[in-house]
Design a protein around this ligand. Sequence first.
Ligand code: UDP
Ligand code: UDP
Ligand code: UDP
Length: 460
Amino acid sequence: MSSSGGRKLAHVALLPSAGMGHLTPFLRLAALLVSRNVQVTFITPHPTVSLTESRALSTFFASFPQIKQKQFHLLQAEKNSFDPFFNHIELIKSSGHLLPPLLSALTPSLSVFITDMTLASAVIPITQAISLPTYVLFTSSAKMMTLFLSYPSLAGSRALDDLEETGVIKIRNLELMPKSLVPPPLLQKSDNFLKKSFVEESGKVIESSGILVNTFVSFEFESLGKINDGEVLERPPSVVAIGPLPPYDSEKSRSQLAWLDDKPAGSVLYVSFGSRTALARDQIRELGVGLITSGSRFVWVVKNNIVDKEDGQELEEVIGHELMERVKEKGLIVKSWVQQEYILSHPAVGGFLSHCGWNSVMEAAWNGVRILAWPQNGDQKVNADVVERIGLGTWVRSWGWSGEKLVSGAEIAERIRECMGDESLRIQTLGIKEDARKAVGFGGSSDKGLTELISKWNQF
Ligand code: UDP
Ligand code: UDP
Ligand code: UDP
């Protein structure tokens, strides 16, 4: 803790998990805390899985010299999962015993620690042992959090067995969500990474001092209410919605996309499935056909591999020569990292064909861009359901999970035309943008939530 003009200031350390979907909200939170005069130390697990993460970190620390970076050198470990990001989460967790010396060397001493929900079971016992109040940043939706918090009791109960009949996940008297939204590994009888993680992490998250979530009250009113009113768990840690976490300045820098500049307002569809979801080759090609026949302008980020370091193929190899030529007529196609914030905030962009990773959803809300949801796996159907209910976009449920079926180009084209032509959806999303800005603006619900937390931390 340190003081400024006699006032105590909190010193907060942040430890993110693996992948841009986890790193980005931590970086945004760090930037936000600094803007509120909080002292921030950012702990970076080293190495990172993707090149994109290490580049994002370099740019970030260059823009925020006042944020102290501490490298957390990870041990080597066996790789148990097919998913490199899941392996890395395990690696960070198994290196947890290296944290105490790192933390005790920090000056001034820490007031608060913030970590990711995927790391709670490794971190919380360590910070508890040194009486360091620890908060969890939940990087998905509040609706996903209802499932996350209730999962340990569900997994050990008949509720999952009964699903065949009811088709609905129930906790106590509450109908939580239809089975069709739940990430399939969580419903499997056999052990798997996600199941194990949900049980272990959720069990520790409830021992945290509180949970921060990148959402806002008017967007997920019901889910936040269910948790904080004790309907999901009897005594949950307090959950504070602090989103949408605003992008920081260096995220908005112009990239390779001058192409957008002369396109009419709202006429371009942005197509991306996030930082770690690769579509199958045949589905990528159908999507290409869909984009061309939709008649819409588009910026399409093609992703062919989960991890950028392993993606050596040329774009033309992935989508084929003929499609490549046709795509150029109406669209811009890239096979690299783009500044999504720059694209979504560009006036030419009116729609977003998205997998509904939660950061993407919040970014669409922040910029008032409507979503055509195409969830692929994990928490994405739960998030797509939130998007559809609140009126930020549309979702074709019959497209299923990734790999369940090949969605044809003709069908994709039709849905794109519907979404881009939907005037009432356009107006609705502008209203959501206004609500998002109000939530984080002075006196808004997210602003108040964060202000209260920081004044509490200043007392620690
Ligand atoms: N993103 C980006 N450029 C890309 C792909 C992704 O800037 O080419 C950003 C996106 O804006 C978001 C994050 O990476 O902040 C991805 O997180 P999200 O939760 O949307 O999905 P995930 O990648 O975790 O599936
Ligand atoms: N809701 C509300 N006020 C708001 C936002 C939502 O009363 O500002 C209501 C809305 O009518 C909707 C319900 O809360 O029926 C669920 O909203 P949402 O889909 O955002 O929450 P979730 O389904 O994620 O719990
Ligand atoms: N998740 C978790 N523990 C883990 C890995 C993932 O709680 O060790 C959560 C994750 O944040 C999301 C859901 O499980 O809410 C589905 O994860 P996904 O496969 O989409 O991975 P993510 O990109 O979110 O890490």
